[in-house]
Each structure stands twice: as structure tokens, then as C-alpha cells.
Design a protein around this ligand. Structure first.
Ligand code: BJW
Ligand code: ZN
Length: 247
């Protein structure tokens, strides 16, 4: 068990706006592999070979195979204690925002309401030509699915070299600027401009709390760092908070 600082619980109690900035590590305990780090999938697979538009044009079958494989894992998974603890905090604070780099929808499934998805969502797809959305299950029986206009359909996720969805990023930025307490959970914090929001929060005066199984690029920015599994630590923080309020 990790000891949670009393001072953090006091800061939490005084906070009005809380942000959880999350990455792949928050879903690791749901059985969804991370990209980097010890068990990251990119130890075996190069990101530039799958997570960019040129790769998709060159080899859509391979890219779709990867996304369909991940989609299956995601659909079979469930939110874990990390997602659930974050969602439960909404019962005690009126402004809890989740700014996530994940595409797995697990925060929503856990019950979080204010979510900014910086890198898209694997449940949506769109035509690369006319941009029409296809959110139903796609049919791969005749090869890679195509739109009526003839364009290839791709997952609605953000690949390297692509712009982030503007409203989602703006929403995340605003939440970061207004936050009193900014939790950075399960992210290596190396992918930009997403990771920029940690700096935005810090320079806007938020207290930064990092939760990760190991040190990261931004560890030195955090006032409080907890190294361990996100589910365990968030459950403990929630528990200490409730105890402090006799809940
Ligand atoms: C646990 C745990 C447990 C494990 N509990 N913790 C500035 C400087 C340098 C480069 C750039 C820059 N600005 C832009 C760039 C280029 C690029 C970039 O950032 N490159 C760097 C990697 C070098 N950025 C882009 O290209 C972005 N677009 C852009 O900049 O547009 C402007 C532009 C347009 C046109 C031309 C030029 C510029 C887009 C980035 C898109 C990223 N996309 C991906 C794939 C999404 C779809 C998919 O899922 O397939 O997003 S890449 C991948 O990385 C994915 C993730 O969201 C993202 C971040 O990863 P994350 O979540 O941090 O996961 P991991 O695996 O890295 O870390 C997991 C962590 O969890 C680890 O720390 C573990 O220790 C921890 N952990 N288990 C707690 N149980
Ligand atoms: Zn089309």
C-alpha cells in the first residue's frame, strides 16, 4: 500500500476544478496493452509503420488488422478501478474533467461525463475522401470497407503528423488552465501537443500529481508522485478523501 500525503487530500478537498490527464497506463489494468514502456506494444512494432496516414495508404489491410485486433481487446475489456475512481469523484465535485489520449472509451463506460478525447475514438470511422462518418460495425467480408464515394474508410483516431480535433484540444486546454488539481495518470508524456497540457496546467497554477508505475519526462514537474498501479493509487486517494470527510 502506498502512503497518500495528507496535504494532497487537503488540497483535493479545497479544489474546485479537477482534471485527470490520462494515457494508455490507465487502461493497462483492463488488459489493454500500452505503447511504450516495459510491456508496450511498440517494443515489437514501430509506431511509424502503423500509426500514420502513409502507412494506411500503402497497406490499409495491415493497419486495419492492427486496429481490429485492438478493437476486439477493447470491446472485451471493462473499466478498472482507475476509471471508476475518477468517475466516482463526480459525486463530490462539480467540475471533474477527463482529458484523455486514449481511444478506448473506457472513461465514458465508467461513467465520466466531461471527457475530452485528444486522439479520437476507436468506435468511430470516417471516409478519407468525403469525411462521412461510419459509426456502425464495418463489414470486412469484401476487403477494406469503402464509402459510396469510393474512398477508403479509416478509424477516427489521430495518427502522427495529423492535427488533433480542435474542439477537443481547446476543451482540454481550457480545463487545464482552470484546474486547481491536475492528475497525470499512466502516460509517458512524450507525445505532443497532448503533453503540452501538463505545462499549461502547471503554468496556470495547478498542483500537478503524477501516477505511474515509473518515472517519466514530466516527473520533476509534479508536486506529488505516486509510483504504482493507477487503479490501486486512485482507489487509495479516493478512500482517504472519503475518510477525511467521514463518508
Ligand atoms: C502505468 C500502468 C499502470 C503502465 N498504472 N501507469 C514537439 C516535439 C517533438 C515532436 C513533436 C512535437 N509536436 C508534434 C510532434 C510530432 C508528434 C510527436 O509528439 N512525436 C513524439 C513522439 C516525438 N506528434 C504528432 O504528430 C501529433 N500531431 C501533431 O503534432 O500535429 C501537428 C502537425 C500537423 C502536420 C504536420 C506536423 C505537425 C499527433 C500525435 C498522435 C499520436 N497518436 C497515437 C496513436 C493514436 C491512435 C491509436 O491509439 O492507435 O496516440 S501515438 C500513441 O501515443 C497514442 C497515445 O495516445 C500516445 C501517447 O501514449 P501514452 O498514452 O502516453 O502511452 P505510453 O504507452 O507511451 O505510456 C504508458 C505509460 O503508462 C507509461 O509511462 C507506463 O509506465 C505507464 N503505465 N502501466 C499506471 N498499471
Ligand atoms: Zn466518402
Amino acid at each position: 500500500m502506498i502512503k497518500i500525503d495528507r496535504e494532497l487530500i487537503e488540497t483535493l478537498r479545497k479544489s474546485e476544478s479537477i482534471v485527470f490527464f490520462t494515457g494508455a497506463g490507465v487502461s493497462a489494468e483492463s488488459g489493454i496493452p500500452t505503447f511504450r514502456g516495459k510491456d508496450g506494444i511498440w517494443n515489437k512494432l514501430k509506431p511509424e509503420e502503423v500509426a500514420n496516414f502513409d502507412a494506411f495508404i500503402k497497406n490499409p489491410e495491415m493497419v486495419w488488422e492492427w486496429y481490429n485486433h485492438r478493437k476486439k481487446i477493447i470491446q472485451e475489456s471493462r473499466p478498472n478501478q482507475a476509471h471508476l475512481s475518477i468517475a466516482e469523484l463526480q459525486n463530490y465535485f462539480s467540475d471533474v474533467a477527463v482529458v484523455t489520449q486514449n481511444i478506448d472509451n473506457l472513461h465514458k463506460r465508467a461513467g465520466s461525463e466531461k471527457i475530452f478525447e485528444l486522439h479520437g475514438n476507436i468506435e468511430r470511422n470516417f471516409c478519407i475522401q468525403c469525411k462521412k462518418f461510419f459509426n456502425e460495425e464495418l463489414d470486412f467480408s469484401n476487403g477494406i470497407p469503402k464509402c459510396d464515394c469510393g474512398g477508403l474508410i479509416r478509424p477516427d483516431v489521430v495518427w502522427f503528423g495529423e492535427y488533433l480535433p480542435e474542439e477537443q484540444f481547446k476543451g482540454g486546454e481550457k480545463a487545464a488552465m482552470n484546474s486547481d488539481l491536475f492528475f497525470v495518470v499512466g502516460t509517458s508524456a512524450v507525445v505532443y501537443p497532448a503533453a503540452e497540457l501538463i505545462y499549461t496546467a502547471k503554468f496556470s497554477g495547478a498542483t500537478i500529481v503524477e501516477i505511474n508505475i515509473e518515472e517519466t519526462e514530466i516527473s520533476s514537474m509534479a508536486k506529488y508522485s505516486y509510483f504504482g498501479k493507477a487503479g490501486d493509487i486512485l482507489m487509495e486517494i479516493l478512500g482517504e478523501f472519503k475518510l477525511s470527510k467521514n463518508l
